[in-house]
Design a protein around this ligand. Structure first.
Ligand SMILES: Cc1cc2nc3c(=O)[nH]c(=O)nc-3n(C[C@H](O)[C@H](O)[C@H](O)COP(=O)(O)OP(=O)(O)OC[C@H]3O[C@@H](n4cnc5c(N)ncnc54)[C@H](O)[C@@H]3O)c2cc1C
Length: 382
């Protein structure tokens, strides 16, 4: 059999696991290549602790060049065009052909969708998180606003986790009484995707910590001096720090490729994660997999699980072996309540009869698992 070319676009959670899973199941005459413009992606999940100085900026990344040890070729390049008719991808390092394509390009941020957000603070990107870390280190008093504009956004627990970590940090620093913390979200309640009970428990965790939660209030604008924010419910607030969650959207090159068929995110077969184009798969934040009244959350654990599944599907086609079990939508995210305790939230999002999810109590053991998760990510186990 002639060697096949498997091309993975994006070296985040999903792309890396897709490449590792495919490579593990194929003979060496088949090629697995991964393309990313960024050789050293950072783990966004560390940002909430990074902004309060509890993670080091030089210990949140992993080098994709190390995938060569596993027989995966890494190409550092910008991806410019995906041509599914010609079965090739144009990049700044040349054109790459494929037999099987995995699109794992994540969600793009539209910093201009909310006027003023580009120049405000954020914890949704490594560079923004570093800037917020510098600002927080100088803060002695004032109000901190964390504000989302519209769903979907990555890691639905992140705004609440970040608010609770800031609360913990301010207490530790002895400045909590001088600091107000508010979280504004567009949804009717926190973490709706995890069910009503989890949502109520997050509400009460915020309440117990004196963190103000304002629901059904997506941020619409941040003033040019970054000190005033306006919301969809007609309210506005002034604050020392306004940190927004940027509007998420499909990357332009994915929209231009036609695989999303003009929809906001790429629809896929929920068993195989294949798009409407044969042998072209879309995994992670770039896709949408319906789950009850919601969709599978945009989170790294799901992107990674989908990557593993896609690897199995592609390998079964190349090896002409039995098709693997369908994708199960199982995944758990960590939600830290402080620097020392973390809960998990997640479950089976594609269970018969609807999503079956649970939010555990925060614990020290949960925090140890979170730290293990971070180490495992850096060594490509996740
Ligand atoms: C603050 C925060 C906290 C989070 N916490 C958690 C958590 O605790 N647990 C969890 O599971 N998830 C968490 N997440 C979510 C998680 O980071 C994402 O869901 C996950 O990264 C999605 O994986 P992906 O592979 O789909 O995309 P990504 O990881 O975003 O990877 C996409 C890759 O594509 C590359 N790329 C995009 N366009 C191009 C192009 N044109 N050319 C070349 N390369 C390109 C990018 O450089 C990137 O490396 C968090 C996110 C944030 C922001």
């Amino acid at each position: 059999m002639a060697g096949k070319k498997v091309l993975v676009l994006g070296g985040g959670f999903g792309g890396v696991q897709a490449a590792i899973s495919t490579r593990a199941a194929l003979d060496s005459d088949h090629e697995v290549t991964i393309v990313d413009r960024n050789r050293m992606p950072h783990l966004c999940g560390m940002n909430p602790l990074l902004i309060v100085g509890e993670r080091e900026t030089d210990k949140t990344g992993r080098s994709l060049g190390r995938l060569a040890n596993r027989g995966i070729k890494f190409v550092e390049a910008n991806i410019d065009l995906i041509d599914t008719d010609a079965q090739n991808v144009a990049t700044s390092a040349g054109t790459l052909d494929y037999d099987y394509l995995v699109v794992a390009l994540g969600a793009a941020y539209d910093w201009d969708a909310v006027p003023g957000a580009r120049d405000a603070y954020s914890f949704y990107d490594f560079d923004y998180a570093r800037r917020l870390r510098r600002r927080l280190s100088r803060l002695g008093r004032g109000k901190i606003v964390l504000a989302a504009s519209k769903p979907p956004y990555k890691c639905p627990p992140a705004p609440f986790e970040t608010a609770m970590i800031i609360n913990w940090w301010a207490r530790k620093k002895g400045i909590r009484k001088n600091i107000d913390i508010s979280v504004y979200i567009p949804e009717p309640g926190p973490l709706g995707v995890a069910g009503k009970e989890a949502s109520m428990r997050v509400r009460s965790a915020l309440d117990q910590r004196g963190i103000e939660l304002i629901t059904a209030a997506g941020v619409t604008e941040v003033s040019t001096d970054g000190r005033e924010a306006s919301f969809t419910d007609g309210s506005s607030t002034s604050a020392s720090i306004i940190a927004t969650i940027p509007v998420h959207r499909l990357p332009d090159i994915v929209a231009a490729s036609g695989i999303a068929n003009g929809k906001p995110w790429v629809s896929v077969d929920r068993a195989t994660l294949e798009t409407s184009t044969a042998n072209v798969f879309a995994i992670g934040d770039v896709n949408v997999v319906p789950s009850g009244d919601f969709a599978i959350p945009k989170a790294g654990v799901f992107a990674a699980g989908q990557g593993t599944k896609v690897g199995e599907v592609i390998a079964s086609r190349i090896n002409d072996s039995d098709a693997p079990e369908p994708y199960d939508g199982v995944g758990f995210c960590f939600m830290a309540y402080s620097g020392g305790r973390a809960a998990t939230v997640g479950g089976e999002f594609l269970a018969d009869g609807g999503p079956d999810t649970v939010l555990t109590d925060p614990s020290v053991a949960g925090n140890r698992s979170k730290e293990r998760f971070e180490r495992d990510w850096r060594s490509f186990k996740i």
